[in-house]
Design a protein around this ligand. Structure first.
Ligand code: C2E
Ligand code: MG
Ligand code: MG
Ligand code: MG
Length: 283
C-alpha cells in the first residue's frame, strides 16, 4: 500500500509495521492460551564455580512448549515479557513451577543450589511484586535462601528509584540474592551498584563472544571482573561456549560461569541426573 501511494508520500503504516502489530497481538493471545494450558515452563541452566568446578545453582529460563512449533525461547514471545499484565502472569507461573521443582528436589535430597529467576523491568511497576513473590515461595515451602532474582539495568529507567530500592531491599532482606543481568549493555550508572543491594553481576554474553580475538571485549571483561571484585560482588560470565573462554575468565579471577560449554538449558526432569553425572571439564 505504501509503494502504490507513490514515492513521495509518507505512508502511515508500512506493510511491515502492520505485520509486526498483528504479530504482537497474536503473540499476546497465544501466550494467554499457553499460560492456561501450562505450556510455559522453566528450563534450567547450571551456573559453575570456575575454581572448584562445582554446580552452584541454576538459572530458570522460560520456554514455550508449543504444540506445533516445539520448544520456543523467549525471543518468540518477548512482547509478552514486556507487557504489563502478561509479564506478571508469566512471572508467577514461572515462580510457582520453580518453587515446586526446588521443593521436589530438596525432598529427594537433590542439591540444586540456588535457583535464579529473571524479572522483567515492567514487573517492578507493580507495587505488590516482592510481597507476592515471597508469598508464592511460602506456599511452595521453599527457603528464600534457595532463590535469586536477576534484574537488568532498565529497571532503573523511568521508574521511581525509591520504589525499586524498596522492592530490592525486601528481596534482599529476606535472603534472596540479587543479580544485575546483561551487565555492561544497559544504562546503569555505576551509582546503581552502590545504591542497591546487588550481590552478583552477570557479564553479558556479547562481551564473552570473541573474547580470545577481540582485545576490546577482553579489556571490558577484565574491567568488569575488577569492578566486581573491588565492590565485593560475585562476577558471573554468561554465554561461555569454549574452553578457551572459560580458561581466560578463570585466569582473570571471574568466579562463576554459565553457558553451553557446561550445559544448555534443560527441562526440570533432567536436573537430578545432570547433577549426579556432573564432572567439571578440566580448565
Ligand atoms: P538472560 O537472562 O541473559 O539469559 C541468558 C540467555 O543466554 C538465555 O537465553 C540462554 O539460553 C542463553 N545462553 C546460555 N548459554 C549460552 C551459550 O553458551 N551461548 C549463547 N549464545 N547463548 C547462551 P534465552 O533462554 O533465550 O532467554 C533470553 C532472555 O529472555 C533472557 O536473557 C532473559 O532476559 C529473558 N527471560 C528468560 N526467561 C525469562 C522469564 O522467566 N522471565 C523474564 N521476565 N524474562 C525471561
Ligand atoms: Mg538472566
Ligand atoms: Mg543475561
Ligand atoms: Mg542476555
Amino acid at each position: 500500500a505504501a509503494k502504490a501511494s507513490g514515492k513521495n508520500r509518507v505512508a502511515l503504516y508500512s506493510p511491515d509495521m502492520r505485520l509486526r502489530i498483528e504479530h504482537k497481538a497474536s503473540v499476546v493471545q497465544g501466550i494467554q492460551e499457553a499460560l492456561q494450558r501450562g505450556q510455559i515452563v522453566p528450563f534450567y541452566q547450571p551456573k559453575i564455580d570456575l575454581v572448584s568446578g562445582c554446580v552452584i545453582g541454576f538459572e530458570a529460563l522460560a520456554r514455550w512448549r508449543h504444540p506445533r512449533h516445539g520448544i520456543l525461547t523467549p525471543s518468540a514471545f518477548s512482547s509478552a515479557l514486556e507487557d504489563p499484565e502478561l509479564s506478571v502472569e508469566i512471572g508467577e507461573t514461572m515462580l510457582r513451577q520453580v518453587g515446586a521443582d526446588i521443593h521436589r528436589w530438596l525432598s529427594q535430597n537433590v542439591d540444586c543450589g540456588r535457583v535464579a529467576v529473571n524479572l522483567s523491568s515492567v514487573q517492578f511497576n507493580w507495587v505488590g511484586l516482592a510481597n507476592r513473590f515471597l508469598n508464592i515461595l511460602r506456599t511452595a515451602d521453599v527457603p528464600r535462601e534457595r532463590l535469586e532474582v536477576e534484574i537488568t539495568e532498565t529497571v532503573f529507567l523511568g521508574r521511581s528509584t525509591a520504589h525499586v530500592a524498596k522492592a530490592l531491599k525486601q528481596f534482599h532482606d529476606s535472603g534472596i540474592r540479587i543479580a544485575l543481568d546483561d551487565f555492561g549493555t544497559g544504562y546503569a550508572s555505576l551509582i546503581h551498584l552502590k545504591q542497591f543491594p546487588v550481590d552478583d553481576i552477570k557479564i553479558d554474553q556479547s562481551f564473552i563472544r570473541d573474547l580470545e580475538t577481540d582485545s576490546d571485549n577482553a579489556a571490558i571483561v577484565l574491567a568488569l571482573i575488577e569492578l566486581g571484585a573491588s565492590l565485593g560482588m560475585t562476577v558471573v560470565a554468561e554465554g561461555v561456549e569454549t574452553t578457551a573462554q572459560a580458561r581466560f575468565l578463570k585466569s582473570k579471577g571471574c568466579q562463576q560461569a554459565q553457558g553451553n560449554l557446561f550445559a544448555a538449558p534443560m527441562p526440570a526432569g533432567n536436573v537430578p541426573a545432570f547433577l549426579q553425572g556432573w564432572t567439571a571439564p578440566p580448565l
